[in-house]
Design a protein around this ligand. Structure first.
Ligand code: ADP
Ligand code: MG
Length: 397
């Protein structure tokens, strides 16, 4: 990675402002999944082990201004539990009280700031807000890979101001790990290098297909996005989810990809979009009028397994079907367990995308993958070859 990390700077006795992605799901003010908080711990622990004081900030949900439902208190409380140490919590992101709390921090103290999105200047990347944040600390650490594709005050603006002030702006350990895995896939993949793309819509992932097409040895397509490719090839897809305005793009990608690109040869179709729908498996040229494609078929899963068998690196983004309904989860299950086997045999497997990560988690296979990205949107933009503003703002090596 060509950006400095917390390992490259001396943090001893310093106040370190860490932007993490602590955007956890909440129900009735309770955290329902603390994966993101746990993912932030290695950086926080590194800073404590090296005698820093930590000021932590993150967005939480999508509040429009101050909204008591989205206060950071449950996050601060969970951090205190996980770290087994007291955590103080500020009631704002920046104000005079926050400034004095920050100024009083001692080595080993942790101060959690209020939800960054309570400030209108956050998403506007307001320079005034960035300056106020910069004044709180001696060092800036961006560990929020999941927010790195946004140029916000806490992800990009503050880094720029602190660098102008001669203060270090570096990546945290989670950010480093994400960039290492995804960066390797783009720059120096182990070969054969395979990518599996699925999920709802081709429009979300056209740029990813475009950027990966020349880099991969094989590209397997499933999920809703396969329908548009199938229709572009002239197949009848009934009531399937299709993006009519992307048929030309799909045709062009298929032309360019040639034999590298594989599409389903059979599919599970349903008479209605429902968990209790009638289901049948049909060959791809037999989708009945009025029915819709909901998953890849067993024959396709076998083809895809054969294509992946020798892969040394696999990137997977997007479920193969409507896995939320048990009847249409088998394609996604087949890919997930195959990837688990490949990992066991020494291949590097990288999962990107919120729904794909959730599917792998549900199947209990999360710890069988080499890397599960914590950033859905950010990982897609990275794989599309775009520069992430939150990364670009950090010190180069
Ligand atoms: P990720 O979050 O992993 O990037 P997406 O958000 O792109 O994945 O897509 C996930 C969604 O795609 C799931 O909700 C799933 O139900 C839907 N999906 C998958 N296959 C189909 C299909 N054949 N028809 C309609 N929706 C599908
Ligand atoms: Mg998704």
């Amino acid at each position: 990675m060509n950006r400095k990390t917390i390992r490259d700077v001396s943090v001893s006795g310093k106040r370190v402002l860490v932007r993490a992605d602590l955007n956890v799901p909440l129900r009735d003010n309770e955290i329902t999944d603390d994966t993101r908080i746990r993912a932030a711990l290695p950086t926080i622990l590194h800073l404590f082990q090296h005698d820093a004081a930590v000021i932590l900030c993150s967005h939480l949900g999508r509040p429009k201004g101050v909204d008591p439902q989205f206060r950071m208190d449950p996050v601060a409380a969970r951090l205190a539990e996980l770290l087994e140490r007291p955590v103080s919590k500020a009631n704002a992101l920046v104000n005079s009280e926050v400034r004095s709390m920050a100024a009083q921090l001692q080595t080993g103290d942790l101060l959690v700031l209020e939800n960054t999105r309570f400030e209108a200047g956050e998403t506007k990347n307001d320079p005034g807000l960035a300056r106020q944040l910069a004044d709180l600390a001696d060092i800036y650490v961006n560990d929020a890979f999941g927010a790195a594709h946004r140029a916000h005050a806490t992800t990009a603006g503050v880094a720029q101001v602190m660098r102008e002030q001669g203060k270090p702006a570096v990546a945290g350990l989670l950010m480093e790990r994400e960039l290492e895995f995804l960066g390797r896939a783009l720059q120096s993949p182990d070969r054969p290098f395979a990518t599996i793309l699925g999920g709802a819509k081709i429009s979300d992932k056209i740029e990813v297909v475009d950027n990966l097409l020349n880099r991969v040895d094989v590209l397997l397509i499933g999920g809703g996005m396969a329908n548009t490719f199938l229709k572009a090839q002239g197949y009848f897809v009934g009531e399937s989810l299709v993006e009519e305005d992307k048929l030309d793009v799909a045709r062009d990608l298929l032309d360019r990809g040639g034999a590298k690109v594989m599409l389903p040869v059979d599919v599970l179709v349903a008479d209605i979009f429902d968990a209790d729908a009638d289901v049948k498996t049909v060959s791809i040229n037999e989708v009945p009028q009025g029915w819709r494609i909901m998953d890849i078929g067993a024959q396709t899963a076998i083809h895809y397994r054969d294509a992946l068998m020798n892969a040394r690196m696999v990137v997977w983004n997007g479920p193969m079907g409507v896995f939320e309904f048990a009847k249409f989860a088998s394609g996604t299950q087949a890919i997930a367990s195959l990837l688990a086997d490949l990992t066991e045999n020494g291949a590097t497997t990288i999962i990107g995308g919120g729904d794909s990560a959730a599917a792998v988690q549900q199947l209990g296979l999360a710890d069988k993958m080499s890397h599960i990205s914590t950033g859905g949107g950010a990982s897609l933009e990275f794989l599309a070859g775009k520069t992430l503003p939150g990364v670009a703002a950090l010190d180069e090596r």
